[in-house]
Design a protein around this ligand. Structure first.
Ligand SMILES: [Zn+2]
Length: 211
């Protein structure tokens, strides 16, 4: 598959701003990702390859983009730890915590996650929880993005400099009015875009300055 084919599929599940890094990770480590039906008991899993078959990561199809990405990195961390330690490292032990934390940080640094989620993921790796449901604070914050329609507001109702997000997870800052429309700054590439004042967006808390 070409990079563009990967992009077309992955953007159904992960924030657009995460794509390049996820793709690089998949290629570098030969991640084999299967999107799965909904499973109540888990968001995803990792099955180590045996007898010459590749390892497989499965992820539930109906997670919101941030939960999907966190699950993908959680399972990728299992694969990386498996390749290095096989059975000598325990599934959510210190080796895994370290790798999971390392995989998350570039996405946090790139502002892929809204600020409240990023704040949870930035904790030092010793206190990072092994799953989003074990981490109550994170689980609650992630849930807010499950039904973005509910949290939608019209762009024109937000104050200047407000942070907001589109349903695909892409984040912007509202700038000044330009004739009938609004100029908005896309956080990942710092470029300006023109928005209709009636665009439905998700208002975000102001992220703290982590530059
Ligand atoms: Zn796990």
């Amino acid at each position: 598959m070409t990079k563009e084919q990967y992009r077309a599929i992955l953007l159904k599940y992960i924030p657009e701003s995460a794509f390049d890094q996820v793709y690089a990770l998949m290629i570098r480590h030969g991640l084999h990702i299967v999107v799965s039906r909904h499973r109540k008991s888990k968001h995803g899993d990792f099955r180590p390859g045996v007898k010459g078959k590749p390892s497989v990561i499965t992820i539930n199809y109906n997670l919101n983009p941030f939960a999907f990405l966190i699950t993908l990195l959680h399972e990728a961390a299992h694969q990386l730890v498996w390749e290095k330690y096989k059975r000598s490292a325990s599934p959510h032990g210190s080796e895994w915590k370290k790798v999971f934390h390392q995989l998350l940080q570039p996405f946090v640094a790139q502002n892929v996650f809204p600020a409240p989620i990023a704040a949870q993921l930035e904790q030092d790796h010793q206190s990072i929880k092994y799953s989003t449901s074990a981490d109550v604070v994170l689980a609650r914050q992630l849930k807010e993005y499950d039904n973005p329609k509910q949290g939608m507001v019209l762009l024109e109702t937000l104050p200047e400099n407000a942070h907001f997000m589109l349903p695909d997870g892409m984040q912007f800052i509202k700038l000044q009015r330009r004739r009938k429309n609004f100029l908005c700054l896309k956080v990942v590439n710092q470029r300006q875009y023109i928005f209709n004042p009636l665009a439905e967006v998700i208002a975000l808390e102001q992220p703290k300055d982590n530059k």
